[in-house]
Write a protein that binds this ligand. Sequence first.
Ligand code: FO1
Length: 306
Amino acid sequence: MKMKVVALAGGTGSAKLLRGLSRAKIDLTVVANVGDNFWAYGLLVCPDVDIAMYTLAGIADRERGWGIAGDTFAVLSQLGRLGAETWFRLGDMDMAASLLRTGYLRRGLTLTQATAKLAERLGVNDKILPATDDSLQTYVRTPRGLLHLQEFWVREKGRPRPIGVEYRGASRAKPTRDVGEALARADRVIVCPANPITSIGPMLAMRGFERLLSRAGGRVVALSPMVGKKPFSGPAGKLMKAEGLRPDSAGVARRYSRFLDAIVIDRGDIPLAEEIERTRVSCVLSDTRMRSLSDGERLARELLRA
Ligand code: FO1
């Protein structure tokens, strides 16, 4: 019997590890963040669901970290000509998934069902589950007001000073039954190297999600997204500070300490190991930077053993 592994995933950093995990001989279920979901051009775009789907289908644009390799932007150009704002660069092929998804949702399918249909058509063998079927979106509080995560990160290029984060809808959103069942059955839960505030944070903000993790079948193990005070990608450091967390692997371990059994951190962060272990999270040292597919495969193996 294959080991049942559930990976909690966000965007770019997570995708690199998912590529490695998909090559291990495991039964993989990805629980994807929905806090980045964004209505653009009348369509629901689900960046973290889609990057997981494109990665596992082998068509992701790995360089950019989002969208489909070789995509074009003809529709976006025409949208611009017609007067739309085009700062959110949704590619032509990428748009196809959002078009169908929006249609499925209008016909009454859940996001989970819509995702399963799209992933199947793309030949994905692993399971991809949105963390919730309810509306849950991340907003960043800044001196210029409240900005949706995509407005903060893409339109404003992460420049406004974040003061805090709001997970809109979190008090009503519930993890889906599929997510609950996958976690209960899991032999191992892996928290991908994702932004703890904007990628994993929305999941943890849902009532009951941390309890599901604490009761998960197997050990819960994270790969830290931080090396020193820098994240692999994105605005994790700034947002961790805004939320009162130290922007390093010890801050990540502290945020997850209620449910985490072990964390893999970079060898360069060895001075943090003792502090992490004091939170009763065991610490494994490794080379955590993923420069190649083989780094992702090696880290996947280490996480399955940790
Ligand atoms: N990121 C950008 O930096 N610029 C973009 O124009 C952009 C468009 C985009 C379209 C679809 C999609 O699924 C993702 C897209 N992203 C873009 C990535 C996205 O903003 C974030 O990196 C993720 O939300 C973080 O996980």
